[in-house]
Design a protein around this ligand. Sequence first.
Ligand code: HEC
Length: 89
Amino acid sequence: MNKFILVTLTCSVTLFGAVNVRICKECHGQNFEKHALHASRIISELPKEEISAILIGFKYGTYGPEQSIMRGRVFNYSDEELRTTGIGK
Ligand code: HEC
């Protein structure tokens, strides 16, 4: 029973919590220092505000390529969460 509650809590945190930046690192690098799949800019060098705007743009399809890999990574998050990833300088 206790285990069940714990699992439920953990799942809610992943679904509704802030952006899980661990998954971003698979492509963008441990410190966001890589060109993801040789396609993106190095995002650790971009200002935080620009990252926020870009992520929201990916979500609504107003930024990036039409078949953006990024869209699937961000559409589940609220705009507020996408504004507060802490990524960028
Ligand atoms: C499967 C690999 C992959 C993952 C995982 C991934 N990205 Fe990306 N990202 C890309 C690619 C490729 C691009 C280039 C645009 C495109 O094709 O969508 C990109 C572009 C970006 C850009 C814009 C950079 C530019 O050149 O303008 C930002 C910001 C970004 N990603 C942030 C994130 C964040 C935050 C996460 C985690 C929620 C994330 N990415 C997860 C592959 C990935």
